[in-house]
Design a protein around this ligand. Structure first.
Ligand code: NDP
Length: 295
């Protein structure tokens, strides 16, 4: 008779909103979960649900073969991980860093982990805390495929999809910063739109259904233009840059007539005008992609 397989175990370092959601999802899936956070007390609800609260990060690390860290940035994860006692405890274990930061910070952390005999997988979470533990959660990883494979069954307790993007350790962070660039510039545009609408007597609630319609236009554009960008054709057949720049100028004029800061729009219009000035007025807006690099 084979002995029952041991209960899977994980340590979660960092109990901000995301770290707490990760730990809660592990617990809900029956994974033995040890937690630690710099500021004590953030683990109260998790402990009520069965988490083990560790008094120090090194004791937290020692409790599990798999350690997940999720804090504000890599300065914070370095502050936790690069202390001698923690490094000693991490030796021979697997560290999955779900903290967001730059690709270079991920590469630097991988080199540090390698020097200390720590197996290292980098990752990023592309969806909000409310999705964690549900089919809507999106996790991306990069680094050794073998680590992704061997810890996949525990990580899948977090719900959603867990995509390995390649062995280059910086690749998940590279996707993350590119994708968050879409998110934050869209949010800046949305804040500008709300200010302009308000100045014209339109409430956010009134604008919201139409704003959703504008948001829905984007996914097919991403799909349709990806090929143009990759092959450098930047077709502007349906909407040339000259037309885009004119539309942006109206938005700037309407905003500034109300004394509203149009910096976000001015940045976009400036890019379009520069591309037009370089002779690309008949191309589509994605032509801007090709002029953003170092001059
Ligand atoms: P925060 O980004 O605010 O991170 C809070 C956590 O960082 C807390 O555990 C905090 O500890 C810790 N921390 C901050 N500075 C330090 C430090 N110097 N030393 C040790 N710990 C420190 O909140 P989230 O939990 O939401 O985010 C964690 C990560 O997840 C971030 O990289 C974020 O970009 C990413 N993410 C978050 C999403 C979300 O919806 N919240 C969505 C997708 C990704 P303390 O309690 O002691 O202050």
């Amino acid at each position: 008779m084979s002995s029952p397989s041991p209960q899977p175990a994980v340590t979660v370092l960092g109990l901000g909103p995301m770290g707490r959601s990760l730990a809660a999802a592990f617990l809900a899936a029956g994974v033995r979960t040890t937690v630690w956070n710099r500021t004590p007390g953030r683990d109260r609800e998790l402990v009520e649900r069965g988490a083990v609260s560790a008094p120090t990060p090194e004791e937290a690390v020692a409790a599990s073969e798999l350690v997940v860290v999720c804090v504000v940035n890599y300065d914070a994860s370095d502050a936790i991980l690069r202390r001698e006692a923690v490094v000693d405890a991490l030796k021979g274990r697997t560290l999955v860093n779900l903290t967001a930061d730059t690709p270079d910070r991920a590469r630097d952390t991988a080199a540090w982990a390698d020097r200390h005999g720590i197996a290292y997988l980098d990752g990023a979470i592309m969806t909000p805390t409310t999705t964690i533990g549900t089919p809507d959660a999106v996790f991306i990883y990069s680094g050794p495929a073998e680590l992704h494979r061997s810890h996949g069954s525990v990580l899948e307790a977090l719900g959603g999809t867990h995509t390995h993007l390649g062995e280059d350790i910086g690749r998940a962070a590279a996707y993350d910063v590119a994708l968050l660039g879409i998110f934050w510039t869209a949010m800046a545009g949305y804040a500008h739109a709300l200010a302009l609408a308000k100045a014209e007597g339109i409430t956010a609630r009134e604008l919201a259904p139409f704003a959703q319609g504008i948001g829905a236009i984007l996914p097919p554009i991403f799909e349709a233009t990806a090929g143009h960008v990759d092959d450098g054709s930047f077709s502007g057949e349906d909407n040339p840059l000259t037309s885009s720049a004119s539309s942006m100028a109206h938005i700037i004029a309407a905003s500034e007539a109300h004394g509203i800061d149009a910096a976000v729009m001015r940045a976009a219009e400036g890019q379009a005008r520069r591309a037009i000035g370089l002779g690309y007025g008949n191309d589509g807006f994605t032509r801007v992609t090709a002029i953003l690099g170092p001059r």
